[in-house]
Ligand binder design. Structure first.
Ligand SMILES: [Zn+2]
Length: 365
């Protein structure tokens, strides 16, 4: 066996030789020796990458239409579909169009939609969120009358209905504002109950108040809605990637930010504690939001708890790919398939995405 010193000396000598025939023959000798060494390789992972058929045989992660949930924005203020400027291809829908849109989603093979409402009026009690004839309540009835089999999931939050745009009841003390937890939970419970009564299959609290899952589960059970599921936004991070959504849902906070209730994006262990609490309180499905920058959280949650796990590929993530594709920097279709496969590989059972309809079509081709 050569000493390290001897090897280093050989390398130094070789690199000092002038370029010429001698060097070439030396290089070819080396190449032969390398080939000879390589022939002794037992494991050659590239064997299974030689053709599309072989790659298909050993592929570990397969996307299906059933993986995807389509978000829908329903507005009481509109008569016509309105494009969301920051999210090309996404529209706010008037009430009269929502059932048809849901039917279109079902016709391409999707099983579920996630509803967000934009009310005509906002106030300090978010009364539109739990009004008998509120935007979500009406949309649910319209969808359920047209496509009863489609799973209707509703966003349960107060921000779209609050004049100040925060996800809970606020109190302002001079320069400071507080989002009051228990007072907010009361309104979230009323909202979830009213969605269940209007036909929601699953309610999805996205507010990040403490204890809301337990309170909602208890109230649903007490009113006979024990079959209404809860998809908890269990680990929702305060993220810059929500920017375009706030235009779509018309819910930007009028003051302050959401960091006193949404999670610090630097924290992973805290996300596991949040998820554990929501499971204890009765969540059926756990949601991680946003998606791609939080693959580690998704993986840890799915591995640790083994519960149905959803991920929300959010507006900013969508807009980034759209912008890059628009500039010709990457191919949208290929990028979206890679992203969605990565989310599923990292543990997502359910992916909420604005590409749901396109994916359904692409996967069928
Ligand atoms: Zn909110």
């Amino acid at each position: 066996m050569q000493t390290l010193k001897a090897v280093l000396r050989q390398v130094r000598d070789r690199s000092a030789r002038p370029i010429g025939d001698h060097t070439c023959s030396l290089a070819s000798n080396n190449a032969t020796r390398t080939l000879h060494d390589m022939r002794r390789l037992v494991h050659r992972p590239r064997r299974l990458r030689r053709s599309a058929a072989l790659r298909n045989l050993v592929r570990e992660t397969h996307l299906t239409i059933h993986d995807f949930v389509l978000p829908l924005f329903v507005s009481e203020k509109l008569d016509e579909r309105r494009p969301v400027a920051s999210m090309p291809g996404v529209f706010q829908l008037p009430m009269k169009a929502v059932a048809d849109e849901a039917r279109r989603a079902q016709d391409v093979g999707l099983e579920a939609v996630l509803l967000f409402g934009i009310p005509e009026h906002k106030d300090e009690e978010a009364s539109g969120a739990y009004a008998e004839n509120g935007v979500i309540q009406e949309a649910l009835r319209a969808i359920k009358s047209k496509c009863p089999e489609l799973v209707a999931i509703t966003d349960v939050c107060l921000c779209e209905y609050m004049s100040h745009g925060h996800c809970g009841v606020t109190r302002i003390d001079g320069e400071h504002f507080h989002v009051l937890n228990d007072e907010s939970v009361e309104l979230l419970v009323k909202t979830a109950l009213s969605h269940a009564a209007s036909g929601a299959d699953i309610v999805a609290p996205s507010d990040m108040m403490d204890g809301r899952i337990g309170a909602i589960r208890g109230a649903l059970d007490a009113r006979g809605f024990d079959q209404t599921g809860i998809m908890s936004y269990a680990a929702k991070f305060a993220s810059v990637f929500y920017g375009p959504f706030r235009e779509a849902a018309e819910s930007p906070p009028q003051f302050g930010d959401r960091r006193s209730y949404q999670m610090d994006f630097a924290n992973g262990n805290e996300a596991l504690r949040e998820v554990a609490l929501d499971i204890e309180e009765g969540a059926d499905i756990l949601m991680i939001k946003p998606a791609l920058p939080y693959l580690d959280i998704l993986w840890r949650v799915r591995e640790r708890f083994g519960k149905p796990t959803a991920v929300y590929h959010v507006s900013g993530e969508y807009a980034m790919v759209k912008a890059a594709a628009d500039k010709g920097l990457l191919d949208e279709h290929t990028a979206v398939i890679e992203i969605m496969t990565a989310l599923k590989r990292a543990g997502a059972d359910i992916i909420v995405t604005y590409w749901a309809c396109e994916l359904a079509k692409w996967l069928r081709e």
